[in-house]
Design a binder for this molecule. Structure first.
Ligand SMILES: *[C@@H]1O[C@H](CO)[C@@H](O)[C@H](O)[C@H]1NC(C)=O
Ligand SMILES: *[C@@H]1O[C@H](CO)[C@@H](O)[C@H](O)[C@H]1NC(C)=O
Length: 267
């Protein structure tokens, strides 16, 4: 009797051991497959070298790119090309062109100024954004984007687009100024700002120069909206009072700052 209960106990023990290994195995398999596209989900984006700075030779080169109208990559054919070119022209040509421009011009910063993707031919806005900004991300240069009137016509609204863009690698885009930035502004210009993609970027003086710790160029990005209907007439959006108030508030802050620097210098 006793030996059989010892055997039972041994079996139970082996059985539990087996169950435990099975669970460990399943856990590893499942957690492995839970990773999106079998790649680990990265929550933190890769940031570029900041702050933005002039070079030692006193230049700061910006590559401005507008109206890429990106769709679904190889599947989206070019518009406005000759019939003979149509067969072999797609979004991939846009990507190759952007890559060549970055290599040839070696800019310090890339500014994408709207209609980055073409909503009506994009089946997945996130995928189109990743492809459209792909060459900028691969270059590792700091870049920023704002929206045109076609970006939101796919699967994301303007707020979602700017939120996604602000989280992409090497992007210095923002959805809107932070609450902290707004609270530093004069009273009256603190109200909510219309649109998504209103922000300012500071470019500092060359490393080692006497302006190395000062912002000497400000790049203002403003969301001019998509479409609006005014008195029954369909038209394009425009920059609103709230945005101008914000712009005004910030630039006044800089003027006070510059006067302060000048008076300190005179002293
Ligand atoms: C698009 O790229 C392909 C492949 O490099 C090239 O053969 C074609 O000429 C390009 N089309 C245009 C219009 O530049
Ligand atoms: C800039 O700041 C750094 C670090 O605080 C300091 O070492 C440097 O002297 C400053 N340069 C100028 C020009 O003020």
């Amino acid at each position: 009797m006793e030996s059989s209960s010892a055997a039972n106990w041994k079996h139970s023990f082996l059985y539990l051991g087996f169950l435990y290994s099975l669970l460990c195995f399943l856990h590893n398999q499942i957690s492995h497959n839970l990773l999106i596209g079998h790649r680990p989900v990265r929550v933190k984006k890769t940031s570029p070298d900041l702050p933005l700075r002039f070079r030692s030779d006193g230049t700061f080169k910006i590559l401005q790119v507008a109206d890429m109208h990106y769709g679904n990559g190889a599947l989206t054919r070019c518009r406005d090309v000759l019939d003979s070119e149509f067969e072999h022209c797609s979004d991939l040509n846009t990507s190759r062109f952007l890559k060549r421009m970055i290599e040839a011009e070696k800019p310090d910063f890339i500014a994408f100024t709207g209609d980055n993707i073409f909503g009506s031919s994009s089946v997945d806005a996130a995928e189109s954004l990743l492809r459209a900004f792909g060459p900028a991300i691969e270059s590792g240069l700091p870049w920023a984007a704002i929206l045109g009137n076609h970006d939101q016509e796919s699967t994301m609204n303007r707020e979602e687009l700017m939120s996604f863009i602000s989280l992409m690698d090497y992007s210095v885009s923002q959805i809107n100024p932070s609450a902290e930035d707004l609270s530093n502004l004069a009273r009256g210009s603190r109200k909510k700002i219309d649109g998504f993609g209103n922000y300012d970027l500071r470019v500092y003086g060359a490393p080692g120069s006497h302006l190395a710790n000062s912002s000497i160029l400000n790049l203002f990005f403003l969301d001019s909206g998509d479409r609006e209907t005014v008195q029954g007439v369909r038209t394009y959006g425009w920059i609103k009072e709230s945005q101008l108030d914000w712009l005004h508030g910030i630039s006044q802050g800089y003027q006070v700052y510059i006067r302060h620097i000048q008076s300190t210098r005179i002293l």
